[in-house]
Design a protein around this ligand. Sequence first.
Ligand code: BGC
Length: 256
Amino acid sequence: MTGSTESPHRSFGIDVGGSGIKGGVVDLDTGALVGDRYKLPTPSPATPAAVAKTVAEVVRHFDWTGPLGVTYPGVVVDGVVRTAANVDDSWIGVNAQEAIAAELGGQPVVVLNDADAAGLAEERYGAGRDKTGLVVLLTFGTGIGSAVIHNGKLLPNTELGHLEVDGKEAEHRAAASVKERKGWSMKKWAKQVTKVLVAIENALCPDLIVAGGGISRKADQWVPLLDNRTPVVAATLQNSAGIVGAAMAAAADVTR
Ligand code: BGC
């Protein structure tokens, strides 16, 4: 595979998920992956050291020698993990950037929030492409992640999934995992999602909401059931959004 020196328009991203750690080379002109993704299972337990090792293995698979971006499912400030809502508490306080860079012999690493990465990618290449104004991307999965982007500029580390909505945290009310656990129909779940979206639009007045996460593949079954004011569209990059957004972050510092 290609190294960073081959083209200034290429970058490299890794998406760290609950079940897999996947990476790929990204063409920044188009947002498309150059070649295949490579995926390894997320180690169990997913301690910082074990994840850093697996991330390094994915990087080596591609012989990638340039800067890389890596996602993390929580707040990350200057590479240091601040929250761990759905992952092991041992992550808190860890400088994830340094831990991964050390595994790679000092290669530059940018670590950013998973939903921020997906939001950046959707805004530039996917469902938010050509839209101006305020775009909010929400990922519905184990939790609810958020990215708030104004005219292409990310406001990093928004945690709208932890907003209290009607006495309950948004992600405890309407994450896709809640639907699964409770065996709800799309209709029942969409009511809870609507409550969360209304709380967000009351606070932020977005121009567009992009719905991401695995369940966005079935968006035609639930987006039409939503009853909020802001237009909602399904994410289009699906599996690659995290990789692409992480690669964008590696190419330009968008995390401050
Ligand atoms: C975390 C967010 C993350 C989201 C999706 C939430 O519990 O607090 O930072 O983006 O889950 O992984």
